[in-house]
Write a protein that binds this ligand. Structure first.
Ligand code: NAI
Length: 251
């Protein structure tokens, strides 16, 4: 049941048109926030905003790896609401590429969205970010584990985990909290993107065999944890990595 934990807060969710971002945008709204949903996919964005509610959310088409797009997005937010209290920097992509076959394009694509895009999504928000606000970054259990064909993706998530540690010091005078959330395998379109049916069945089989809870997580199970980090319930928590993974990173 909603409890108005984010009453009158202005929140931004990147990658908010699908999966974990969409579930979080819905949670934020149900707790009283106004949410700007940023995503690069206009069709999904339109559907997401009509799903969440136009009176409580605005969709902004923006590729987070494009700095001009980010400038435009934050201009819109500044014009409409003047400030941001909560930022969930969550947009990200995955690619499976074996080491030995990684191309410069693979590297540039994944690092420019997952690392550069996330860094500038946060840095460019700072001029209108409320002192004492909360920033949550989507990392992954992959930041602290190894996996075949995922060295590129996992290393982007390790960079994100490191951002949270450093930024709590850079932002300490402004009392802005920064935390990372690390999902395990969550049932969103993301995990099916670059695998064919047979590969994904094998992937999930392996993943779920090694999960203490023996199942995938739902996007809303991550959203509930993001809400905790966004709200005053976590007022003395900063710089952490909160695993939402059925225990997989602990074994
Ligand atoms: P999803 O694919 O359902 O949603 C990701 C959203 O990000 C999509 O709407 C997509 O259009 C958007 N996006 C991608 N690149 C973008 C860009 N350059 N600019 C703006 N928007 C962009 O995936 P999901 O699962 O919700 O993923 C969200 C985050 O969670 C990602 O950072 C992912 O790495 C992370 N994650 C997901 C896990 C999973 O099992 N689903 C596990 C661990 C981490």
């Amino acid at each position: 049941m909603a409890e108005d934990k984010l009453k009158e807060k202005i929140a931004v969710v990147t990658g908010g048109a699908s999966g974990i971002g969409l579930a979080t945008a819905k949670r934020f709204v149900s707790e009283g926030a106004y949410v700007f949903v940023i995503d690069r996919n206009q069709k999904d964005l339109d559907e997401a905003v009509s799903d969440i509610g136009k009176n409580v959310s605005t969709g902004i088409q923006c590729d987070v790896s494009n700095l001009k797009d980010l400038d435009k997005a934050y201009e819109i937010i500044k014009d409409r609401k003047g400030h941001i209290d909560i930022l969930f920097a969550n947009a990200g992509i995955i690619e499976f590429v074996p080491f030995g076959k990684i191309s410069e394009d693979n590297f540039d694509r994944i690092f420019s969205i997952n690392v550069k895009g996330l860094l500038f999504s946060v840095q460019k928000a700072l001029p209108i970010f409320t002192d004492g606000g909360s920033i949550i970054l989507t990392s992954s259990v992959g930041a602290s584990t190894g996996a075949e064909e995922l060295s590129l993706y996992h290393s982007t998530k390790a960079a994100i985990r490191s951002f949270a540690r450093c930024w709590i010091l850079d932002l300490k005078d402004r009392k802005i909290r920064v935390n990372a959330i690390s999902p395990g395998t969550i049932d969103t379109p993301f995990v099916y993107q670059s695998l064919n049916k047979e590969e994904s069945e094998q992937f999930f089989d392996n993943v779920l065999k090694s999960n203490p809870m023996g199942r995938m997580g739902s996007p809303d199970e991550v959203a509930k944890a993001v809400l905790f980090l966004a709200s005053e319930d976590s007022s003395y928590i900063t710089g952490i990595e909160l695993f939402v993974d059925g225990g997989v990173a602990q074994i």
